[in-house]
Design a protein around this ligand. Structure first.
Ligand code: 2HG
Ligand code: ZN
Length: 466
């Protein structure tokens, strides 16, 4: 911090964005300083809320001149500590939420340009009445912003059909650490002019540049939807049923959870039980098409001979019924949180190994945590939520689970990013060469290591100290 005049940067930023948008008061800063789970948090030097790209550029120039690290923040729904400060009052939190303009829908290109601070639900409300939709959807849609989703390459519930955020972004505009603006908003379907810098910034977790706007691909909104909650005897059975359902072109969502997780949801979200009796595993599926996909779904289950695997089923076609069924899955995160501060490990496990991985968890944890598992089955994306972990056990427990994932050929970060939580485990699934290349890219774009300094590739000890 500037030893001569600690408030100088605040005054300079105030002249750019307006004093009302520079928050130095601890009470006003608080919601920007703690993550949703209550696990991660730290003190910010200040919070600055620019209104447009030019203000973001000026903010970054002033911060660089002051040697102040900058932490870009969207809806602050991240779960790996990447969206809140780690230091004790050194980082400037740069909130993008005021950059929430949505441009006109371009039906020829099937694209729309949005500000980084646009919440996913705002985008949905804007495009759906015009017969369009965004291919990515997730439970935190009301708060999660497009900029944050791009920075973390968010996955969510529809990856089985539309891919992760990466596949749905045609271009970005971003401000580099030195305040220069990179414009890749053209969104041309064919454009091989050099490196794919948009691709580089997607998933870079705020470490390479600050994304300010994005050109998004749209998909046609499909009017006919059916949601089914299937009760199953085991995870292996869920994997088998899913293998059959994947033949459906209309399959848009395949989410799993278990009896323990459902109990938590019933308790904290106060929902009625979906079936008269409990079952070990549940699979929530949704199909969407131009014409009613419900019959196709039922026929396929019969024809493939897996209908007998399904112990019970609840089917919804109206939006309210579909939302009611989806809530059993979507309300897991808040229900786990209501029970305690979880240790979250978001991993990918090859599907063939997923049932065994889940069966191995109690042994790996050896009584040091209560596991709840749920997630996106088609991608083998398991959200391992651990409750009751003593502080001294956090590291060994994390290491045990992530090592098992690495041995299975999986990923230690499926869709939430590395953030602050997993940077020390990168080597489990990335080679020394891989990490060296990533460090070179970071050094080229942010030579002073000012952007998201504690995320993904923190400086080695000794060089840190910010
Ligand atoms: C979800 O799929 C989110 O609901 C959050 O990715 C997962 O709470 C979690 O661990
Ligand atoms: Zn998820």
């Amino acid at each position: 911090m500037d030893p001569v005049d600690p408030d100088r940067l605040a005054r300079q930023l105030g002249a750019v964005v307006g004093d009302a948008h520079v928050l130095t008061d601890p009470a006003l800063r608080a919601s920007y300083e703690t993550d949703f789970t209550g696990r991660y948090g730290g003190r910010a030097r200040l919070v600055v809320r620019p209104a447009d790209t030019a203000q973001v550029a000026q903010t970054l120039r002033l911060c660089r001149d002051a040697g102040a690290p900058v932490l870009p923040q969207g809806g602050n729904t991240g779960l790996v500590g990447g969206s809140v400060p780690a230091g004790a009052g050194t980082e400037v939190v740069l909130s993008l939420r005021r950059l929430n303009a949505i441009g006109p829908i371009d039906p020829d290109a099937r694209q729309v340009t949005v500000g980084a601070g646009t919440a996913l639900a705002e985008l949905q409300r804007r495009v759906r009445p015009h017969g369009w939709d965004f291919g990515v959807d997730l439970a935190s849609r009301d708060s999660a912003t497009l900029g944050g989703m791009i920075a973390t390459n968010a996955g969510g519930e529809r990856v089985v059909r539309h891919g992760t955020t990466r596949a749905n972004v045609a271009g970005v505009e971003a401000v580099l650490a030195d305040g220069s603006v990179l414009d890749r908003l053209a969104g041309l379907p064919k454009d091989n002019t050099g490196y794919d810098l948009t691709g580089l910034l997607v998933g870079s977790e705020g470490t390479l540049a600050v994304i300010t706007r994005a050109r998004l691909r749209l998909v046609p909104e499909l009017p006919e939807r059916v949601t089914a909650l299937l009760a199953l005897g085991s995870l292996a059975s869920a994997v088998g049923v899913l293998a059959v359902l994947r033949r459906l072109e209309s399959l848009e969502l395949a989410e799993f959870f278990t009896a323990d997780g459902l109990d938590l949801v019933l308790k904290h979200a106060r929902l009625p039980a979906p079936f008269r009796t409990g079952h070990p595993v549940y699979l929530l599926v949704e199909c969407a098409a131009r014409h009613d996909p419900a019959e196709e779904l039922a026929a396929l289950l019969e024809e493939a001979g897996v209908a007998g695997e399904v112990r019970d089923a609840a089917v919804g076609r109206q939006a309210s019924d579909r939302r009611r069924l989806a809530a059993y899955r979507e309300r897991h995160t808040e229900s786990v949180n209501a029970e305690g501060v979880p240790l979250k490990l978001d991993v990918t496990v090859p599907l063939a190994d997923l049932p065994q991985f889940v069966a191995d968890l109690p042994g790996l944890l050896a009584g040091r945590a209560r596991p709840y598992v749920f997630g996106h089955l088609a991608e083998g994306n398991v959200h391992v939520n651990l409750l009751g972990v003593a502080p001294a056990d956090e590291e060994p427990v994390t290491e045990a689970v992530l090592r098992r994932v690495a041995e299975a050929g999986g990923s230690i970060s499926a869709e939430h990013g590395i953030g602050r939580a997993k940077s020390r485990y990168l080597h489990l699934t990335r080679s020394a060469t891989d990490i060296a290349v990533m460090r070179s890219v970071k050094a080229a774009l942010d030579p002073e290591h000012l952007l998201s300094p504690h995320t993904l590739l923190p400086l080695p000890p000794g060089e840190a100290g910010r």
